[in-house]
Design a protein around this ligand. Sequence first.
Ligand SMILES: Nc1ncnc2c1ncn2[C@@H]1O[C@H](COP(=O)(O)OP(=O)(O)OP(=O)(O)O)[C@@H](O)[C@H]1O
Ligand SMILES: [Mg+2]
Length: 376
Amino acid sequence: MARIRLEGVSKQFGTAQVVREVDLDIADGEFMVLLGPSGCGKSTLLRLIAGLESPSSGRILLGENDITRTPPRQRDVAMVFQSYALYPHLTVAKNIGFPLRARRRSKDEIRERITTVASALGLQDHLDRRPAQLSGGQRQRVALARAMVRDPGAFLMDEPLSNLDAALRSATRTELIDLHHRLRSTFLYVTHDQVEAMTMATRIALLNNGTIEQVGTPTELYDTPRSTFVAAFLGAPPMNLFDATVIERAGKLHLVADCVDAPLGLFAGSAIGPQKVTAGIRPERIRLNGTDVQLRGVVTASENLGSEEILHVTVGGTVIRVRAPRPVAAQVGDAAALSVSPEDIQLFDSGTGRRLVWHVPHEHGASPRDASLSVA
Ligand SMILES: Nc1ncnc2c1ncn2[C@@H]1O[C@H](COP(=O)(O)OP(=O)(O)OP(=O)(O)O)[C@@H](O)[C@H]1O
Ligand SMILES: [Mg+2]
């Protein structure tokens, strides 16, 4: 069993609180990605699970065992570092076999495991080389092989692809997904690259300043972000966020801001007065020059990505980014009339940034007119 559970885990370095009361439950066999900006505590969290740091408070469980105070070597986890951390003076075979030699396994067993793991990762022809004679991608595979050789319950990987070039990164991503399918062990993978997270994770835990903002499938985080932080972290370009007000007009709710007037597709409840919100719309959900117009602005810049174009449209005081297929019938300086469907408008609390949801009561006698907004 390699379920990993963190219960109220905190870590302080001096006066700096780096990890704050983190609860996380990683299922056996899951590919969990820890995502977040630089300095948010990802590596520290991984090192706490590996036993390279010990928590200031809280518990860490592996399967049913409390491993909070277990020495690193006795934890059934293997760590792969960004820097590979290979021994330069040892051959590939010796590097891969190192964890088994350290555990005094028999020579025969070590030789057999090295052969198995090396061929699983396509390293069988490089066993006599030293790390300096390998490419970055091959070194990364040796580091993986060294982690695999003990057949650990869980793999902890800290930005393992960040030293590779774009093409190799993409290829290795696919290899890692495939490896996860074959091994069926638990993967906990740290990255600040959202493409890695979206493509590899069964679930993502998004970390912000030592706390977990949201845990869920890539689709959940992308489509229903729990906060403006999550909304702004995922997507390239990220979700457009702007200040707006929800008002009632002729019994229906609208989102209004400078040069913005968009129906929300809901009847107004009697209790709703004007309410300040932060509105969010994904760039790919905005249509250029549609029939109904909800946002009016001027094209102030455009980025040609080859397959599509990102238009910067200044609407009132805000720049709204629109992702449009090429060729785009708009140039810098043109007026832009933008359309958005009610279901593509997301609302967040303007103070806390928390997602707002509509509650439409279904009790006896209630009507959709009683819809109200509250924090998700
Ligand atoms: N041993 C340490 N002593 C003091 N502060 C530390 C120590 N290790 C990490 N920190 C601090 O803790 C914070 C979180 O660091 P951590 O390495 O976990 O971030 P990260 O999310 O992995 O960032 P990155 O994406 O840049 O790798 C940082 O502010 C860092 O400076
Ligand atoms: Mg790190």
